[in-house]
Write a protein that binds this ligand. Sequence first.
Ligand code: SF4
Length: 431
Amino acid sequence: MNVADSRRLASALEQLGYEPTRQPTEADVIVLNTCVVRQSAEDKAIGRLSSLRPLKDHNPDLVINLMGCLIGVRGNQKILERFPWVDVVSAPSDPEPLLAYLGQRGAKTSSDAAYQQRNALLDGEIILPKAEQGTLVSAYIPIVYGCSHACTYCIIPLKRGIERSRPYAEILGEAHSLARQGVKEITLLGQIVDRYGLDLPNPTTLAMLLGDLHQIEGIQRIRFLTSHPNWMTDELLEAVQALPKVCPHIEVPIQAGDDDILRAMRRGYTSAAYRQLVAKIRERIPGVSIATDIIVGFPGETDAQFQNTYQLLDDLRMDVAHLARYSPRTGTFSERKMEDDVPDKVKMDRFRRLETLQEEIASEINARLLGKSVPVLFEEKKRGRWRGRTPTNKLVFVDSTEDLLGHERPVRIEWTGPWSMIGMLDSSPLG
Ligand code: SF4
């Protein structure tokens, strides 16, 4: 979500006459777009913010914009008192405060231009930042902002606000403009992306949106994340199955495999219901890959409860498991009402056990592709090697002197590991 927000803001700034620089000492405007989903991310953001002070002391005209979850939808007065060198603050996904501030200062433009740009942003049109024009293959499109679910450990509803779906036409407009600029793959984003449209004046669904996006010429692949087990409808699974451009890859977090922990997290489902859902997804979408998220060391998690999570992952054999150690986030229910009583050492031990298990599972799943030909959409060349993804979101590297950027080509897989694979371009038909 932050990548998409930053791109939108970079695009707006370029329309106002600004250009990117890699040197903070050369910048007229610095935007720090922050994440606080875990303590480590917050610490990093605070560290960067502190490091900007000498620049501001040296150049008082420098505009420093602090954006994102460190500010949140309700603002953060304490942060402003602690870091008085910040000039302007913006809630997540909201470029307006900076554009208005620059407009008022007349730093590089008139306020009229700032407001015109603001209006263009609201219409869903996006002009890619110059550095990405002609090179960006895969882009994110936020479709649902915020979340109203309020899992007990989660800071997102407090920072990103209640759930708001973007207007249908605005999303289509953004996808069309990305396609015109050469983007081949779009990923629709929402904290519970499957709930898209339910809050709009004319309620609609993610499945319907996928159907309309599917018709856009130039867009070859469509992805969406993140799903919630309670909101994956049959209609959505049918859309994924029926629409060839929609990739057979589902991100649906379980968070814990123990029912008491799930209840304490207020996730709203049981481990048995999740198992059934995974079985249904696999039955409806042949060849699907599924990713999950798991938190270890939630308050009160016993060895036996952790073992239930371990067993569930071992049984379900997911393609990917994003793992996290619980860290209390200020203001959440679990931070206020529950004791963070699982020692760090135990959290780390549980994390490592799941990591080792997942490494084995992913190695086994990926090894099935050895010798097979898979379609890979190439996104970039790094250190002489092309990097792309299969529809199932597997990372593939290929050595080739051809210009593969933005092309989907069959690749015969020659080596597989748990996190990536290596192959060579295959001239024989896919199979
Ligand atoms: S559904 Fe996701 S974003 Fe919403 S509160 Fe729960 S964990 Fe946070």
